[in-house]
Each structure stands twice: as structure tokens, then as C-alpha cells.
Design a protein around this ligand. Structure first.
Ligand SMILES: [Zn+2]
Length: 335
């Protein structure tokens, strides 16, 4: 009996030590077979690329923070019926069941923990949400969340032939977003922390392909490898981000005067270094004391390729934080 108990214990710990277990959000697996044209649902612009993640719309000027996955099955009226699946086990974090409130229409957000990292997956434009699905409920990998659809509140709408799943993989910038945003926009829809501004994404297609090629892929390491567009110095008040993402803390400066945060061009922090007064210098310290963040380093090529996200803007031969970039810092550092 005791031996049997040990075996079970070892199996359980082996499962926990193992990799994250994921599936695709719909039955459309053309992405993994190199057939992008069968996978991405183009916008009315018509290019395959317009359904992918990044600066892919309006000639590269407009950001698309997710991927649009083509539906495979339709009913007699031509409406999509593909089931939408939870990509991994998790908890229902948010449901918007009133399509008129959002350009995402009906959408569901799940919270997961992948290799110790709190991650949110988002499933938008749903035709319907699975009966009984409720916030706080646990879901299993592959569980049906609803059906692919075309719900949205935009004037132009989504025609039946363009029904698709808009899918995102995000980290949450600030768990106190609700309080920060309520002051700025008291009439904002009741989305709490699940407002697009508070969710910072990476390319789900690139991640799903990397994961399919290596199912032992460590998500924390994957995030750490994302290209950095810039680093920014912020005052060393305790950062909620560091509290929630200790895996990103580099070095162990005992009494930092600042944090240097490395950020992707899409607005996702990927590493944080505590910095001493000597490391940042007097000018940067003065700027921080005036409550202004310091743009420390910029990778011009990455900044250029992610310019549609508009966190940085050109200033002479260099770059500076834009209005929305400074707002991003404000949200990151809000207590
Ligand atoms: Zn989309």
C-alpha cells in the first residue's frame, strides 16, 4: 500500500513538473500545417496577413492584438457553428454577454497559470456562450466555451462569410486597472480589469507554432525571449507587476532607486532590473524625482516594426515615449 502511495505521489509531481498542456482554440489546425491562407480570416482589406497579429492593417498603420481564425463549419443559413475550445485548463475570468458593449462582441476571458506565469486567453466575436459558463468556474483543456461567430458593436459589423474567432494570449498590466480607469472614464463599459488597455499580448500564432514544435516549451522563458523594443526607468515604488511576475526580476539590487523595465513593442514587460543611483546617473534620477519615466534604451529595428502600437514616437533622429506610451507607464506603475 505504501509503495502504491509513493507511486501515485511521484506521478502527481511528475505531472506538475511537466509542460503546459494545450490545444488549439478551434478545430482549424491549418496554422500547424503551414497553410496560413486556410487559417487566417482576412479583413475586408483581403490580405491573409490582415488576419494575423501585429501591424497588419491599413498598410501596417493599425495594430491587431490577436489572430482571426477562419470558421470551418456553417449551418444551413450560412452562420458559423464551430465550437470554441479552452486552450488549456484554467478559470473563467470574465464573460461579456452583451455584444453591443464592445467591438469584441460576446467574449470570454480565461485565466491560466503556465509555468508559474499568470496568463489570460481571450475568445471574441462569439455567436453564443456555452450554457452555464460562469465567472470563477474551472474549465478543462478543450472544454467548449461557445461557438465561433461575428458579434461586434462596430457600425460595419462582420458579414456571415467573415465569421471568425478573434483569439488573444495576454498578460494583465495592472490588477488595479479598474480603479485607475474609473477616474479617467466614468462611463466606461463594466469590463473591470478586462479592458483591452489592461491586457498586453504576444503573437498567439507564433506561440502556438513554437509550442507545437516543442511541447516542453517553458512559457516564462518564451516571454523572456520576446524581442525588446525599449527599456524604461520608473521610480522604485513597489511595482505590482514585479509582485505578480517575480520570474521577470533580474539581479538583486538591495536598495534600488529605480526599476528598468524591458518591454516588447506590443507593450508586454519581459524583464525588470532594480537599479542603483550610480547605475542610472544624476540626470535620470532628477527626471524620476519629477515623476517622469526615462526612456533608457531603444532597439530602432524592433521599435520600427511595432510602430503601429504607438508606445514610442520619433523625436529627431531618436525616439521618445508617446502620449499613450506615458499612459502605459502610468498604468504599469499605478498602485
Ligand atoms: Zn481580430
Amino acid at each position: 500500500m505504501k509503495i502504491g502511495g509513493w507511486v501515485i505521489l511521484l506521478l502527481v509531481s511528475a505531472t506538475h513538473a511537466g509542460a503546459v498542456d494545450l490545444c488549439l482554440p478551434t478545430a482549424n489546425d491549418a496554422l500547424l500545417r503551414g497553410r496560413d491562407a486556410d487559417f487566417y480570416q482576412p479583413t475586408v482589406e483581403g490580405t491573409v496577413e490582415s488576419g494575423s497579429f501585429g501591424c497588419v492593417r491599413r498598410g501596417g498603420r493599425r495594430f491587431h492584438e490577436g489572430i482571426d481564425i477562419k470558421c470551418l463549419q456553417r449551418d444551413a443559413r450560412g452562420e458559423s457553428i464551430d465550437p470554441v475550445h479552452a486552450v488549456g485548463e484554467g478559470t473563467v475570468a470574465f464573460i461579456n454577454s452583451k455584444p453591443g458593449l464592445s467591438n469584441y462582441g460576446r467574449y470570454v476571458v480565461l485565466e491560466h497559470v503556465w509555468d508559474g506565469v499568470e496568463v489570460f486567453t481571450l475568445y471574441a466575436h462569439l455567436r453564443d456562450v456555452a450554457g452555464g459558463l460562469a465567472v470563477g468556474q474551472s474549465v478543462q483543456k478543450g472544454q467548449v466555451l461557445g461557438r465561433v461567430g461575428r458579434s461586434t458593436n462596430t457600425k460595419e459589423g462582420i458579414t456571415p462569410d467573415r465569421a471568425h474567432l478573434h483569439f488573444e494570449i495576454n498578460l494583465m498590466l495592472n490588477p488595479n486597472f479598474r480603479a485607475w480607469y474609473a477616474k479617467r472614464d466614468p462611463k466606461a463599459p463594466p469590463f473591470g480589469n478586462f479592458n483591452g488597455r489592461n491586457l498586453v499580448g504576444l503573437d498567439p500564432a507564433a506561440f502556438l507554432r513554437a509550442y507545437a514544435a516543442n511541447r516542453k516549451l517553458n512559457f516564462a522563458e518564451y516571454v523572456a525571449r520576446q524581442p525588446v523594443a525599449f527599456t524604461v526607468l520608473v521610480g522604485a515604488r513597489p511595482l505590482r507587476w514585479v509582485e505578480r511576475h517575480p520570474e521577470q526580476l533580474r539581479g538583486n539590487q538591495a536598495a534600488p532607486v529605480a526599476y528598468e523595465v524591458a518591454v516588447t513593442g506590443w507593450g508586454m514587460p519581459v524583464a525588470v532590473w532594480p537599479r542603483s543611483a550610480e547605475e542610472i546617473g544624476a540626470a535620470a534620477q532628477r527626471q524620476l524625482q519629477r515623476g517622469q519615466p526615462v526612456l533608457q534604451r531603444v532597439d530602432g529595428a524592433v521599435a520600427e516594426s511595432t510602430a503601429c502600437r504607438q508606445l514610442l514616437e520619433r523625436a529627431g533622429s531618436g525616439w521618445r515615449l508617446s502620449v499613450s506610451g506615458r499612459e502605459w507607464v502610468e498604468l504599469l506603475t499605478y498602485r
